[in-house]
Design a protein around this ligand. Structure first.
Ligand code: 2P0
Length: 364
């Protein structure tokens, strides 16, 4: 898939739509010096956090370009991150190490295909040495691919001598994994569906920085087994569901409600729309052919526990991604109570709590 112009076509200097960003993203816009071709380059290392979708991305209008059928809104989470180091030069082929293990097959191909986009954009041919290290606990069900491709987009583009502005970086990250488009930014983020066939307008943008609103996400892990159906395959299956058109048609209204709730720092409004978005997404799967259900028994029990907490007066709201874990949005003061309530649900293996996190940044 030719990439020329998709990333650089976006203005490198127009940051008028990027508001409230910290030094990490501001730094992304600075130009870097390109090394002479053939010279062994020092690795560039970047870090990005995972993000949690509050209005879900579930379905594509173009699978090759990872263009979503609808927009989505997320919160970037602190402390669950992936660091990627990239160096171009030397070698016959790309070498990809993920958490110390040499990647092979489809996994390696996905990274090489992504690096090809960066090479095409930078006009370079050298192979790359890539190392990624994840602080996301294994099996946590918090899509580490979002953090991985956001970190990789930043590290690889920098290592190749490109200085992409945040929107262009988001478009690049999207090509690796759709949700990675959002992990370029910190805090609350919206990823636009876009209208163009080339995807140039399907990029994420920050809605509010991490310190705009201090909330917590409590994650209840109900299984550490790898999921049977990937998100990618799940989205293909979702499109067979008779409920799919209604899901896509409803997202615009969900986005408007979520945006307004974030602006007003209204936890109940945001929580209710996040819960609705997640449950509708999973309802689509139930009606697909063949059916798709990511939940375990403990997933359902956690949902009931969250609803019981609410009935008892604790504002807590559940969301579930393409896996059996339950993520609960609540106020910082309630996070301890929510974590304790979920910890004792039979089948819950582990509970962790996250605050809003920052966007992708170069760390070395
Ligand atoms: C999301 N998920 O909005 C939704 C909700 C999972 C459930 O984005 O095929 O790994 O690489 O674009 O981004 C996970 O899907 O899929 C995801 P690809 P991705 O967070």
């Amino acid at each position: 898939m030719p990439a020329t112009g998709i990333f650089l076509g976006l203005s490198l200097t127009d940051r008028s739509r990027v508001v409230g960003q910290g030094p990490d993203v501001r730094e992304l816009s600075q130009r870097v010096t390109r090394r002479p071709p053939g010279m062994a380059a020092a690795p560039t290392t970047a870090r990005a956090n995972v993000n949690l979708a509050l209005v879900k991305y579930w379905g594509k209008r173009d699978p090759a370009l990872n263009l979503p059928a609808a927009g989505s809104i997320s919160l970037t989470l602190d402390g669950l991150s992936v660091e990627a180091s990239v160096a171009f030069g030397g070698g016959e082929a790309d070498r990809v190490e993920i958490d110390g293990v040499l990647a092979a097959g489809e996994e390696a191909q996905r990274v090489t295909g992504f690096l090809d986009l960066v090479r095409a954009e930078a006009g370079r041919r050298e192979r790359a040495l890539v190392e990624t290290r994840s602080t996301v606990p294994r099996g946590v069900g918090l899509a580490s691919s979002a953090a991985a491709f956001a970190a990789l987009a930043l590290a690889a583009s920098r290592a190749a001598g490109l200085a992409l502005a945040p929107p262009a970086l988001s478009a690049l990250a999207r090509r690796g994994s759709g949700s990675a488009a959002r992990s370029i930014f910190g805090g609350f983020v919206e990823w636009q569906r876009g209208e163009r066939f080339d995807g140039r307008d399907s990029v994420a943008e920050p809605l509010a920085p991490p310190d705009f609103w201090d909330v917590r996400v409590v994650v209840a892990m109900t299984s550490s087994a790898p999921k049977a159906v990937s998100s990618r395959a799940g989205m293909v299956r979702a499109a067979t569901s008779p409920l799919y058109p209604a899901w896509v048609a409803g997202v615009e209204a969900d986005l408007a409600e979520a945006r307004a709730a974030i602006r007003a720092r209204d936890l109940e409004a945001l929580g209710l729309i996040a819960e609705h978005s997640a449950l509708t997404m999973h309802a689509v799967g139930l009606a697909a052919r063949p059916p798709l259900l990511y939940w375990r028994g403990a997933t359902v029990d956690c949902l009931h526990r969250v609803w019981a907490l609410r009935a008892e007066g604790t504002p807590a709201f559940a969301t579930i991604d393409a896996g059996p874990q339950v993520k609960v949005l609540c106020a910082p003061a309630d996070a301890g109570r929510v974590a304790e309530a979920l910890r004792v649900v039979p089948g819950v293996e582990r509970v962790l709590t996250c605050a809003p996190g920052c966007g992708a940044e170069v760390v070395a």
